[in-house]
Design a binder for this molecule. Structure first.
Ligand code: MSP
Length: 516
């Protein structure tokens, strides 16, 4: 078996109020991870977790009257239960307060100090507290933080620096030689153009006097490590870098770092340079997705415009939310969140196209065959079987080649729509009236049911609970859930099936619920 597929989300700030922007990064990763498990060609290691150090978190802990560690310990279960409610199948949940992570960060710092890539110097610059980012004077936009346009504070102090500049030429060259290192292309271009200007070394500590909630800088107790330097290391500490070489070599390099476009610089500049400095291979791909926006502004806690995924799941169920996130935007583009559109998509794609189809086919099976899957003569190379059999390749190309879950779900819905047409074209209600058409009716019935079986199986990466429901109704829930399910002809004749509850009861919309 080849190297496991290793995919990561960023680490979520533990004090973030999770919204659908966060859910998006994680649902994307989940779909990729589940798809790879489905293909069964390699093991999967899907890691997510929480970023738990830094000034903002210490402030939030103080506000809540708790010790820092107790504060973060109290929040992590909420993240885990959010991911559970969204059907996220992560394999490992890493926390930056984990002992192993802290030790590995310190090991790396010691190595870099020894190598001369970290030095102590004077820091003069501007700090944006909400973004936890330092900026030079030239980076400020109208004297405000270039990321969030808020006020910044001037800071002059001694700190440790990491020699980013030393590796600038290496990184530029790496981008030249690895065209797909950052996708989409527009984001890669942004990084390359950023690298045209001289890089400044990165200030990677904070004096303890100013901030104590962080990993202690090794051998100098006056300092703690800057959160970004600490957090990025999770991608290798989570797979036992420097602790267990065998396991590390099995999993590293990561196949995909999924991130939002706001954290591109940290992932596509700092992180590769950190890896180069410690002699570790680059991740294979960094995928930068766009933002979910409301009225043109990025959804975020500080803008008070967030949409809570837990509430949405309570109202619509988990799969409609996953479907909306995966299918609504092309990975890389921004998406304007709209609850009206979510409802519209639910009613058209889920309730009408898929839910109704399932309902109609089961109702016909009951009416014409008392629920028993009929004996049939459908040839594997007939139009519908061939179309169904080619589905997995299309889904695979969309995900693996194009990193495009919209096209992947689109490939499935193309089949769902074709099946609906097939029902209309075949007019089974007329076939049923004519004794001579009995074989044609049986073929029609089998074609629909077997197609639904294949669709139900391949929905697993995207809509796992719908996949479970469909497979249960088709009585194939115990069959292997992998690529072998995509071979035509596995639904047995003679099995008796019962129509169940509608998969997606239609939503009656009275008035606009949109916040946009
Ligand atoms: N803690 C850092 C990441 C460290 S990784 C070593 C961080 N955390 S975050 O909680 O602010 O963001 C986590 C992820 O959510 C990021 O990928 C970010 O881009 C994504 N999103 C946050 N708001 C978003 C939207 N409004 N829309 C889409 N994704 C956005 O950054």
């Amino acid at each position: 078996m080849s190297k496991p597929f290793y995919i990561t989300t960023p680490l979520y700030y533990v004090n973030a109020k999770p919204h659908i922007g966060h859910a998006y990064t994680t649902v994307l990763c989940d779909a990729f991870a589940r798809f790879e498990r489905f293909m069964g060609e390699r093991d999967v290691f899907f890691m997510t977790g929480t970023d738990e150090h830094g000034e903002k978190i210490a402030e939030a802990a103080a506000e809540s009257g708790q010790e820092n560690q107790a504060f973060v310990d109290g929040i992590v279960p909420h993240f885990k239960s959010l991911w559970q409610s969204l059907g996220i199948s992560y394999d490992y949940f890493i926390r930056t307060t984990d002992m192993q992570h802290k030790e590995i960060v310190q090991t790396i710092l010691r190595d870099l100090v020894k190598k001369g890539d970290i030095y102590k110097g004077e820091y003069k610059g501007w700090y944006c507290t909400p973004c936890e980012s330092f900026w030079t004077q030239s980076q400020l936009v109208e004297n405000k933080c270039p990321d969030c346009q808020r006020d910044v504070t001037e800071i002059i102090e001694h700190n440790y620096f990491f020699k980013l500049a030393k590796y600038q030429d290496f990184l530029l060259q790496y981008f030249k030689e690895h065209a797909g290192f950052v996708i989409p292309k527009s984001k890669s271009n942004e990084v390359v153009s950023f690298l045209q200007n001289p890089l400044e070394d990165l200030c990677i500590t904070r004096p303890k006097a100013r901030l104590s909630w962080g990993i202690p800088f090794p051998d100098d107790e006056e300092y703690v490590v800057y959160v970004w330097f600490d957090a990025l290391i999770n991608y290798i500490s989570g797979v036992h870098y420097s602790k267990d070489e065998k396991k590390f070599k099995q999993l590293w390099p990561a196949d995909v770092h999924m991130i939002g476009k706001d954290i591109l610089r940290q992932h596509a500049v700092y992180w590769p340079i950190m890896l180069k400095a410690i002699g570790v291979d680059m991740p294979k791909v960094i995928v930068a997705h766009g933002w979910w926006t409301i009225q043109g502004a990025k959804m975020s806690k500080s803008r008070k415009n967030i949409v809570d995924p837990v509430e949405l799941v309570k109202i619509y169920g988990v799969d409609p939310i996953r479907y909306y996130l995966l299918n609504e935007v092309i990975l890389g583009n921004d998406g304007a969140y709209s609850e009206d559109l979510l409802i519209q998509k639910y009613n058209t794609d889920l309730a009408n196209d898929l839910g109704n189809l399932m309902h109609r086919v089961f109702a016909m099976l009951k009416k014409y065959y008392q629920g028993e899957v009929p004996k049939h003569y459908v040839k594997k190379d007939a139009e519908l079987p061939a179309l169904m059999t080619s589905m997995i390749q299309e889904v695979s190309d969309a995900l693996r080649q194009k990193m495009n879950p919209q096209d992947a779900t689109g490939a499935i819905w193309k089949r769902v729509r074709r099946l609906n047409q097939f029902v209309e074209e075949t007019k089974p209600w007329t076939l049923a009236k004519d004794e001579k058409q009995k074989p044609a009716l049986a073929n029609f019935m089998y074609t629909c049911l077997e197609s639904l079986r294949m669709i139900g199986c391949l929905l697993y990466p995207f809509l796992p609970s719908t996949s479970d429901k469909m497979r249960a109704l088709l009585k194939v829930a115990d069959q292997p859930m992998n690529a072998s399910s995509q071979i035509w002809g596995q639904l047995s004749e003679g099995v008796v099936l019962e129509p169940g509850e509608p998969l997606f009861p239609r939503l009656e919309v009275e008035e606009s619920t949109d916040q946009a």
